[in-house]
Write a protein that binds this ligand. Sequence first.
Ligand code: BGC
Length: 680
Amino acid sequence: MGPHRSSWRRALVAGAATALTAVGLVASPSAANAAVACEVTYSKAWEGGNSFGGNLTIRNLGDPLTDWTLTYTFPGNQQVTHGWNAEWSQSGSTVTARSLSWNANQPTGAQWEIGFNGSFSGSNPDPTDFAINGTPCTGDEGPGQEEQALVVTPTRVNVPEGGTASFSVRLATQPSDNVSVSVTAASDGDQDITVSSGSSLTFTSSNWDTPQSVTLAAAQDDDDTNGTRTINVTSEGLEPVAVTATEVDDDGDDTTPTPGERVDNPFEGADGYVNPDWSAKARSEPGGEAVADQSTAVWLDRIAAIESGSAGDNHMGLRDHLDEAVKQDEANGSRPLTIQIVIYNLPNRDCSALASNGELRISENGLQRYKTEYIDVIADILADEKYRNLRIVTIIEIDSLPNLITNLNVPDCQEAERTGAYVEGVRYAIDKFYEIPNVYNYVDAAHHGWLGWDSNFRPAAELFASTVRGTKAGLQSIHGFITNTANYSALREPYFDINTTVNGTSVRQSKWIDWNFYVDELSYAQDMRRELISLGFPSDIGMLIDTSRNGWGGPDRPTGPSSATDVDKFVDESRIDRRLHAGNWCNQAGAGLGERPQANPEPGIDAYVWVKPPGESDGASEEIDNDEGKKFDRMCDPTYEGNERNGYNNSGALPDAPLSGHWFSAQFQELLRNAYPPVN
Ligand code: BGC
């Protein structure tokens, strides 16, 4: 693994105003007949000295926009120096922000953000005269627009045969009159599923946002299939919402669950698979016993990893792991068992780093080989009836899609983008695994030190959405996303957050945070989830966070906020993440084990997981010959003095590291020592 470094960072250059091309006030609605109606909320993100940052949230209350131009005038002498999520320019006091290709299309009801940094002297009053395509944004709806909506959660419900299950309904905005909602079962589908209460609901101007419950019942039947029935939630004039209800059969020994039978959170109430290969290595280390029974993921990092190794390399193959998982499942009573499998073999893998380059190349028919020799083979094994009771979590292609957002200056990444190989490979994997009812797909969403700048955040979310939308089952074919895989970002920075200011200066201005919008991984993962849901993903998607090596305990851990008044000093003395730079990713010195794997730790987070097995190297600290396709990445060399992606800092890597994936005893020992929470 490797590549997280690449935060494409916006540099705020004082006096950069000259870099902006001045153009006049533009008011050119491209769709002349479209009714434009909009609302703009302006807020100062920070202010210090003669600089400030502004955020604008735009809401489309009118017809869908295919491109948009926002204009406003500064009441004072403010000057935009650098903006994002739009093409910014300023002429006199008039500011113009035009849509970019990825955010030009905004359907009715859409909300999006743009922002800028600026300079000023004297006072800094907020602008108020916002207009889109020349039409003032008054916050009133356009003619015929309806922003009211039914909010239904969840939209997939499992109803145990002979039992009941429920979902909830509320309104999106306050109505002026009462709103009646009907809930009815579709005429076709499994007739055993019925609406047992809540079939007619009334929302008033005072209780509109209190969820009301609808209960479904599934009658006992004699068949042994899991029938489904669509339940329609409707209200006059509003977009109807369909809920898919699946009866969970209790007859016979039906071992063929339907896709609808996937549970909401596969980690909840389940034990995690203990990988005997990893466990044995951990146990053989002094003190390792204390964590050797933790669940870690199984990495299929090359085609040969699928089959058991023979002489010389006697690793367990995928079937060995699944057979062992079935044993662990049988031994733990009625608790289900969750096993995590990392799918990690795209052609041009890890295109912007070297340490985890893989065996397949796009130019050598790699995408085809990925499909037939890798994904198809894995899917066949996972689909085996023997494994039907396991909850199989697939972690799909770490550091692939994010590289298409930030690293298109690297030829290997350009090729991945130009040929569509990453997107097509990821879709192929998702499609194949989604067909298997007990497999749960989680796609990699990098980490805050990579995508936490808004110039990367929204474009990445859009790419995730367009990629998954292109699968056979669309946005529902994945269960969620994973962040921080094999990375070191702290879960929480306890002594400051993104809104902290030091002596009037935002921590965002510190060298460490460098204008990022996130200081830690939990806030990033939760916001990324919200963003993805706003782009259409089901509201029941969940996030995973890899906490295998982000503990940052040990003697150097700060115990409270610094009292320094210089923002850099404050952040450096207060942060628990002790890396030299947040773009460092290889075998980080000073790191410790993080939160032990656990389900439902925080809202929106399905689980903390140990996907990167502690003790396995991120990359060799010097050139090592190998037949795994792995190259020497200087970010793993402790003597390396860095590049623009880590601010020319030292790599912070431990010395004497073996190839990525190989056992690295010294690192394991350090992770144990610096564990937080501490081990034992
Ligand atoms: C390596 C893989 C390895 C995985 C887990 C990655 O960095 O490239 O070969 O399986 O880490 O240790």
